[in-house]
Design a protein around this ligand. Structure first.
Ligand SMILES: [Cu+2]
Length: 129
């Protein structure tokens, strides 16, 4: 697990290091996805278009969404401030800068409540079935 976190940190720093210019979209193939969490069921930074959840006016819209196993969610930040996608289980997909979209794939059924660590009132749940 420590190695996984270290790998994620390096990749996250690499992605953040590309700042400036238009919206940065992480492009990571599923085979090199970042397995996080106790059951390795959440992959941050996977490509392809999934269910869009808009982050606007300090809210997740829609706050609750259901997707299929191996489905993806694209968290789009339409605010002018940074948001964080962190699952209540402890797994984090890190920051989503203003104008960016973070793509996340869920490989196992379950209920995944999440929140923004910067704005405590921002909460949502992804149901994978
Ligand atoms: Cu936020």
């Amino acid at each position: 697990m420590r190695q996984v976190l270290a790998t994620f940190t390096v990749l996250a720093l690499a992605l953040l290091g590309c700042g400036g210019g238009p919206a940065l979209t992480p492009q990571v193939t599923p085979s090199s996805g970042i397995p996080l969490g106790g059951n390795d069921t959440i992959f941050c930074g996977v490509f392809n278009t999934g269910t869009v959840i808009d982050m606007k006016d300090l809210q997740f819209n829609p706050p609750d969404a259901s997707i299929a196993v191996n489905g993806e969610v694209d968290w789009k930040n339409s605010d002018n401030t940074t948001h964080v996608i962190k699952f209540d289980s402890g797994t984090t997909c890190g920051t989503v800068m203003a104008g960016q979209t973070k793509k996340v794939r869920f490989s196992a059924a379950g209920v995944y409540p999440y929140h923004c660590t910067i704005h405590p009132d921002m909460k949502g749940t992804i149901t994978v079935q």
